[in-house]
Design a protein around this ligand. Structure first.
Ligand code: ADP
Length: 363
């Protein structure tokens, strides 16, 4: 009995654009969000994330394009008729009302029968793990609990889609990490199609099923967290999602036999695919570079280059090196299992595994 009903819906954003005067805030944005998906809108400040979220809620209108929920075009429908629930960044709880009254508020506005209001409010509080907190006031709860009340208040309405605006940004660093897992568990329990905005790449990668990365109002890439990390499509994604080495070089050849050449490779080349001949950038994650003392490189699938350590920084789980290879400075991370590693001034060899690199269009 104590459940809320949610049918999993698809959200389809097609070629949506919005400008304020001459400022183009969203440019031809298209995203297809699967039923039941936990979807993140990620991007730096000012990239258009909140504008897009607010557009889904109906608070602003696209100048072109459409938004559909399953087969219904909701583009022109006002917010209160959309069946979409939004949790605001500041939670917007009523301080003078009890937790239970806060959760029941939206249901009362909808003039539901008292029994139904009580049932749904109790179910929502139970779902967020606050069944025993109904009589408290918001200021008697921790930040994380207040956030859960805000979520409970929204899901009590049984929306088709749940929107969360920077859901964890009001919490301190430790709680934020803890609440990630909680938020994901809750989303899974509800099974509701959920779209959240964040500027924190680690947050998006750790909990979202898929992520759309925005920059300057343009979708740069949509993919699973591992795809974004392992196969970034451009320099912006490569830099925004994690740390990366970018090395300028030249792709030559045609069709099936393409080769990347750059000064750090000497007269050897990397065999590459999925790119065009011409100037390009080799993208290598620091942890994908294997570091060994000079003369210790094994014979394996890696392409080994000689270098000299210029800096060493101990980061706990790994040692981060800066290595000069024929005038190119590379960052290489080696997992730490004890010992002091390679000191600045020593010669090392770096192994580049062709399977873990990407060739990106030159910026
Ligand atoms: P984000 O959520 O990624 O930080 P926003 O969607 O809030 O970005 O804003 C994107 C851009 O749109 C920013 O440059 C912002 O200044 C501009 N913007 C947002 N709302 C308005 C508005 N009502 N009028 C004019 N410019 C706006």
């Amino acid at each position: 009995m104590n459940t809320l009903s949610h049918r999993k819906v698809r959200v389809q954003i097609d070629n949506v654009s919005l400008a304020y005067g001459a400022t183009k805030v969203l440019r031809d944005v298209s995203i297809n969000i699967e039923p039941g998906e936990f979807f993140a809108l990620l991007g730096p400040s000012g990239s258009g994330k909140s504008t897009l979220l607010r557009m889904l809620a109906g608070f602003n209108q696209p100048q072109s394009g459409s938004i559909r929920v399953d087969d219904t075009d909701i583009t022109g429908i006002p917010p209160w008729k959309r069946d979409i629930g939004m949790v605001f960044q500041n939670y917007a709880l009523w301080p003078h009302m009890t937790v239970a009254a806060n959760v029941a508020f939206g249901l009362e506005e909808r003039k539901l029968p008292r029994e139904e209001i009580n049932r749904r409010a109790a179910a929502a509080l139970e779902l967020v793990g606050l069944a025993d907190y109904g009589s408290r006031r918001p200021n008697q709860l921790s930040g994380g609990q207040q956030q859960r009340v805000a979520v409970a208040r929204t899901i009590a309405i049984e929306p088709k889609v749940l929107l969360l605006d920077e859901p964890l940004s009001n919490l301190d660093a430790k709680l934020r990490v803890h609440m990630r897992t909680e938020l994901l568990a809750l989303q899974r329990k509800l099974g509701i199609t959920t779209i959240f905005v964040t500027h924190d790449q680690e947050e998006a990668l750790s909990i979202a099923d898929r992520v759309a990365v925005l920059d300057g109002g343009v979708i740069q890439q949509v993919g699973t967290p591992t795809t974004l990390f392992d196969r970034p499509v451009n320099r912006f994604i490569a830099n925004f999602v994690g740390t990366i080495n970018l090395v300028r070089g030249e792709v030559s050849g045609d069709g099936s036999a393409l080769h990347f050449a750059a000064p750090l490779l000497g007269n050897r080349t990397l065999t590459v695919t999925d790119c065009r001949p011409g100037t390009a950038e080799l993208a290598i994650r620091p942890h994908a570079l294997k570091v060994v003392a000079a003369g210790n490189a094994p014979h394996d699938e890696r392409l080994w280059v000689d270098g000299g350590v210029t800096e060493r920084e101990f980061l706990g789980e790994f040692m981060r090196y800066r290595v000069d290879v024929a005038g190119t400075s590379l960052v290489a991370d080696a997992p730490h299992f004890g010992g002091a590693g390679h000191a600045p001034g020593t010669r090392v060899q770096l192994g580049i595994d062709p399977a873990t690199v990407n060739i990106l269009p030159a910026a």
